[in-house]
Design a protein around this ligand. Structure first.
Ligand SMILES: [Zn+2]
Length: 92
């Protein structure tokens, strides 16, 4: 993951910390970042819930699946500064 303002590399594991109500803060420039709600987010959500159904009976498989989805998410996520999220929605 990368900060859209200063190109600072952000640890992929911090993707867990991002939610609609808790933006991620860039270590370098302090910009509050949130995920862009676009096709990427939709695909990740589908993968996430598909895994919950498919692997619900085996905890270890489910754990591997969620970790995999998290990694895909971390490398494909588009971060946007919180204050500009509404303005950039149409460019997705
Ligand atoms: Zn930054």
């Amino acid at each position: 993951m990368q900060c859209p303002k200063c190109d600072n590399q952000i640890s992929p594991f911090k993707v867990w910390l991002i939610s609609r109500w808790t933006p991620l803060k860039c270590d370098k420039c302090g910009t509050l970042l949130n995920r862009q709600i676009d096709r990427q987010f939709f695909i990740i959500s589908v993968l996430f819930f598909a895994g919950l159904f498919i692997f619900a009976h085996t905890f270890s498989s489910l754990l591997v699946w969620l970790l995999l989805v998290m990694l895909i998410d971390a490398y494909t996520i588009r971060l946007v500064p919180v204050d500009r999220q509404d303005n950039t929605r149409n460019s997705a």
